[in-house]
Design a protein around this ligand. Structure first.
Ligand code: HPA
Length: 251
């Protein structure tokens, strides 16, 4: 088995550990952008070395607008990571994206504001204008879809992720606007993470876990955290199967 980390996984709301990770070692990192949300846990899944980081911290103490996205990604890069699988808990907007669906979106729209969204922030830093036409690395998306096929996990192979500011959920009118804009999914953490990953030269793709119908899309009058967490929990076994195959492909 190679010592190199085959895959890093960033866990979203409801996914704070990869319980199947073996021989785990926790690394507390300090990067040029400060500290990540928590320890990076490195272990093995099958024959592959895998790193896991909880985006909101292991006790879900960091809200979406306060996540140090730069430090999280830099910490992974400093460990030699090349491929990042972002797990994002989302609401579903359009018909194919109901609760418990897993999706691999291919586009995004950024509605966030006031977040540090680039590694070019500091005076004197090189100004980068990275290509972002395909915000998720096509080759990594293909590997995710291949892993889904191998494991028999059903995955929607498309979707536009709309990143909102949070931490509150959206109004019905906001979601109606996002639908008109072409969004299929809504979440609070897709950006600036994807953009910073591109700036850092990381392969990056999203596995979105639909936890609820977004405001005004299903029958529910109200979205509850209990519903969100129950649906993420129900999807987590499928996610681990997929991650294991993805990490071990080519090992
Ligand atoms: N909106 C934004 N973020 C989310 C949602 C939602 O409905 N569900 C889970 N994360």
């Amino acid at each position: 088995m190679s010592d190199a980390i085959s895959l890093a996984v960033i866990g979203g709301t409801g996914i704070y550990r990869l319980a199947q990770l073996q021989d785990v070692e926790a690394r507390e990192a300090d990067t040029r952008f400060g500290r990540p949300s928590g320890p990076v846990r490195i272990g093995t899944l099958g024959k592959a070395r895998v790193a896991f980081l909880a985006r909101h911290g292991e006790g879900h103490s960091v809200p979406p607008h306060k996540v140090n996205y730069r430090a999280n990604l830099q910490a992974l890069r400093d460990l030699g990571v090349r491929r990042v699988l972002a797990l994002n808990t989302v609401g579903g907007i359009t018909d194919d994206f109901g609760p418990r669906v897993l999706a691999c979106p291919d586009q995004l729209i950024d509605y966030t504001w006031g977040r540090v969204s680039t590694i070019c922030e500091e005076d004197g830093a090189d100004v980068l204008h990275v290509d972002f036409g395909d915000p998720y690395t096509p080759a990594l998306r293909k590997h995710i879809l291949d892993a889904a096929n191998v494991t028999g996990v059903t995955l929607v192979d498309r979707g536009c992720y709309g990143a909102t500011q949070g931490p509150r959920l959206e109004t019905r009118a906001e979601i109606a606007r996002m639908r008109r804009d072409g969004c299929d999914l809504v979440g609070m953490t897709g950006m600036p993470e994807a953009g910073i990953a591109r700036e850092l030269g990381l392969d990056y793709a999203c596995l979105a876990v639909v936890a609820n119908w977004a405001a005004g899309c299903g029958d529910a009058i109200e979205i509850t955290m209990a519903e969100v967490l129950a649906n993420v929990d129900a999807a987590s076994a499928r996610i681990v199967d997929l991650v294991t195959v993805l990490a071990n492909a080519g090992q």
